[in-house]
Write a protein that binds this ligand. Structure first.
Ligand SMILES: *Cc1c(COP(=O)(O)O)cnc(C)c1O
Length: 271
């Protein structure tokens, strides 16, 4: 989607670990407004309507008090990477009846029953075993779940997600799991300060989605593209993101190294 307009030429992954902590509802309002303004600016650069981009605030590692402040500032969906952490927070926040939970990290089959119980969305589907486990547990709960298929667009061996060339066959299997409402594709880009290398990951996911959408089985929706996080969401929006998952730019830096969440993040330094 490059034209003569000037797109983002650097990521903000060098900012990593340096976002100030949000410590009041006011801080959350301020940070949310700042992110929304950047989303709007990115949309404007490429002629998109900001209404077509959903901001998913990511609250992993943050204490319940922070999540409650985010809620008070208007957040009604929160993203969490680890099923157990998310489940514990969901239990602790039952009083916030309209708060929904999106699980955005890798799932093992033995944790499927947790996710089936409370999550409204799961963004990291990348195996049929997990699809089967979720389907069984969701049927038992009488629930459905919005899902995104995670794609490994960076080629890093240790990253979760399906290789791009396996996604078409995977999607063909998913109509067998009616409790899973497939919404689109998700990816984690390369973690790099070089915007062009990061952008390539987003371009790849969008191209894959555009191609697969034409042959998608009935009932398999591929409208959504979940891509972009604090350091690169503006680039992702320029390349078509419909969901951006933003943690640190809203909540503040995390103390926990990213290697805990993404095996390939190494020591968390930009490459
Ligand atoms: C933590 C996380 C994010 C958000 O990262 P930030 O740097 O906090 O914006 C996005 N996606 C996934 C899968 C995550 O685990």
């Amino acid at each position: 989607m490059n034209t003569d307009i000037s797109l983002e030429t650097s990521t903000r992954h060098d900012q990593h670990g340096r976002w100030p902590q949000a410590e009041s509802v006011e801080d959350f309002r301020h940070n949310l407004a700042a992110v929304h303004a950047r989303i709007a600016a990115a949309c404007q650069r490429v002629g998109r309507d900001p209404a077509g981009v959903r901001l998913l605030p990511v609250s992993k590692t943050k204490p319940d008090a922070s999540l409650r402040m985010a809620y008070a500032a208007g957040c009604r969906v929160l993203g969490e990477n680890k099923p157990q952490e998310a489940y514990r927070k969901w239990e602790a926040m039952q009083d916030l009846t309209d708060l929904q939970w999106s699980v955005i990290g890798h799932l093992q089959t033995n944790k499927a029953k947790l996710v089936a119980r409370f999550a409204s969305e799961f963004q990291a589907l990348d195996s049929l075993r997990v699809a089967e486990a979720l389907e069984r547990r969701l049927q038992a709960e009488g629930r459905g779940l919005d899902v995104f298929v995670q794609v490994n667009t960076s080629g890093e061996a240790s990253k979760y997600g399906l290789p791009p060339d396996e996604v078409a066959a995977f999607l063909r299997e998913l109509p067998a799991f009616p409790a899973l409402r497939v919404r689109g594709l998700m990816t984690l880009a390369l973690f790099s300060a070089e915007a062009e290398r990061v952008r390539e990951c987003f371009v790849l996911l969008r191209g894959l989605r555009d191609r697969l959408r034409q042959e998608a089985p009935d009932g398999i929706g591929l409208d959504e593209l979940s891509m972009g996080m604090s350091g690169d969401y503006e680039i992702a929006i320029e390349e078509g993101a419909t969901v951006v998952r933003v943690g640190q730019a809203i909540f503040g830096a995390r103390a926990t190294p990213d290697a805990y969440y993404w095996p390939s993040a190494g020591d968390g330094e930009p490459t």
